[in-house]
Ligand binder design. Structure first.
Ligand code: GDP
Length: 196
């Protein structure tokens, strides 16, 4: 996929705020600090379109980015952030569920996991939930530049230990916003699923 242009479009917490132009959407979900904003910026070749920060848990809305005037990338708030109240967490959960379960424009879900750690309980829950939604899933292992060559297989076997990757609708990609590993493949997966 060639990225010609991209822009922030809108933030939403409920359905009547979602874009109304009926373009396909690809959502990105992951634990806070997993590298989601960095991945969006890297893919779109933008420095600061999605906010990156080492302070997790900032984004609390669904953020829609329009790409090539053709589709939306939807940044889903990071989960597993301990410092929000139970009430806030339930509200995020509902917002995310409403979007993922009812949005006909949604064509695929990218789940980010940090290559440096085994998938967490939250990662596993997100993955199982995505399977239940029956969406095409791309599992992206972020921050691969931090992994020694000799440990790459270990990252993938850890992933397989916790997530059943044998489903037909699941692909896996290693990725780094620092080394730009597999940026093209990420774009290709998105492009492939926009039409489905
Ligand atoms: P988000 O909370 O998921 O949006 O995560 P961010 O994109 O803000 O990244 C969280 C932290 O991880 C920041 O300090 C980033 O610089 C760092 N980070 C993100 N992607 C990578 C990567 O590919 N490699 C390395 N080494 N660090 C990364």
């Amino acid at each position: 996929m060639i990225i010609k242009n991209s822009d922030y479009a809108v933030s939403a917490v409920r359905e009547d705020q979602y874009p109304k132009d009926n373009l396909p959407e690809i959502a990105l979900a992951g634990r806070s600090n997993v590298g989601k904003s960095s991945l969006i910026n890297t893919l779109l070749k933008r420095k600061n379109l999605a906010r990156t920060s080492s302070q997790p848990g900032k984004t609390q809305t669904l953020n829609f980015y329009i790409v090539n005037e053709e589709f939306y990338l939807v940044d889903v708030p990071g989960y597993g952030y301990a410092k929000v109240s139970q009430k806030q967490r339930e509200a995020f959960g509902e917002m995310i569920q409403d979007y993922l379960e009812t949005r006909p424009n949604l064509k695929g879900l990218i789940i980010l996991v940090d290559a440096r750690h085994e998938p967490t309980k939250d990662d596993i829950a997100m993955y199982d939930y995505a399977q239940y939604l029956n969406l095409p899933i791309l599992v992206v292992c972020t921050k691969m530049d931090k992994i020694k060559k000799s440990q790459v297989n270990k990252v993938l076997s850890n992933l397989k230990k916790h997530l059943d990757l044998s489903y037909e609708n699941v692909s896996v990609l290693t990725f780094s916003s620092v080394s730009k590993l597999h940026v093209k493949e990420l774009g290709d997966w998105i492009e492939k699923h926009l039409e489905d």
